[in-house]
Design a protein around this ligand. Structure first.
Ligand code: RET
Length: 275
């Protein structure tokens, strides 16, 4: 079924705020792309992959948000008699692009984290594949679950089992993923200098909080009391917007800054054996 947004009529401000959030996010990513591309040369070669990854993340996210913006524009029409935006015949809005984008960005962001933490070679690979497998599994399962949103919101009178089943499976994968990430961050930080270790501590806090927001936002259509509210659709898209800007752009800035800090310490520019 289409996402539950399609079954609502929006007040003028609600529709506009969502549209502007999409435009804002796309613009932030386009600007951040320029930042990462221009600061790349200040990062030692050993960490440069982190800057390249930020560029990849920014391009894919700019495109994704632009597509959401286009779809949001096309899927609703203003009705002057009711002063609301309601769905245009024959068009729908879909959050599916977000999931497609996460399939690129979640693996990229975790790879970037491992690179800046200083893992390399076989050790890196054995850490990497577990994170990737869990991340992809988490996204795919929730991608299936989100097709049951109208059932979960009670808009369509059918079983909401799919929404909850896949949502819970995805949440379990997420919690395991967070635990693994945490262990990697702690091991990596233990081998870093004070300044870089502090920065990575901040990056980790930002990471788990913003990633959790995505998980909470998934649940909104299933929560009685708020799942009938079009204002909550604005809040939900706002949650995605906040999490997008912080988990991709701000996180990338902290990591690239950490990489620049590490690059200034001469002994870290040589390849180190895995611990
Ligand atoms: C889902 C479904 C419900 C359970 C959880 C989720 C978590 C999603 C996450 C997404 C992260 C996306 C990022 C994108 C950046 O580019 C799939 C919404 C926990 C953590 C970081």
């Amino acid at each position: 079924m289409p996402n539950y947004e399609n079954f609502f009529a929006f007040e003028y401000w609600q529709y506009e705020v969502v549209r502007h959030m999409f435009a804002f996010t796309a613009a932030v990513f386009a600007a951040a792309f320029v930042y990462f591309a221009l600061t790349m040369r200040q990062v030692a070669e050993r960490y440069r992959l982190a800057s390249i990854i930020s560029c990849v993340v920014m391009i894919s996210a700019t495109l994704e948000l632009f597509l959401l913006w286009l779809m949001w524009n096309r899927a609703f029409e203003f009705d002057i008699t009711t002063m609301t935006y309601a769905r245009a015949e024959g068009f729908i809005f879909a959050n599916g692009y977000r999931y497609a984008n996460w399939m690129i960005d979640v693996p990229m962001l975790m790879t970037q984290l491992l690179v800046v933490l200083g893992f390399a070679g076989r050790d890196m690979l054995s850490r990497w594949w577990k994170l990737m497998a869990l991340g992809v599994f988490m996204i795919l399962t929730a991608y299936i679950g989100q097709y049951y949103e109208p059932q979960a919101a009670g808009i369509i009178d059918e079983s909401a089992f799919g929404f909850w089943f896949w949502g819970i499976v995805s949440w379990i994968a997420f919690l395991v993923l967070l635990w693994l990430l945490y262990k990697n961050v702690e091991e990596g930080r233990a081998r870093m200098g004070g300044e870089a270790s502090k920065l990575m501590g901040a990056a980790w806090t930002l990471m788990w909080i913003t990633w959790t927001i995505y998980g909470l936002v998934y649940l909104v259509p299933g929560i009685p009391g708020i799942n009938e509210s079009s204002t909550w659709i604005v809040i939900r898209q706002g949650g995605y917007t906040f999490a997008d800007v912080t988990s991709k752009a701000v996180f990338g800035v902290i990591l690239s800054y950490t990489a620049m800090t590490l690059s200034k310490e001469p002994e870290r520019n040589t390849t180190r054996k895995a611990a």
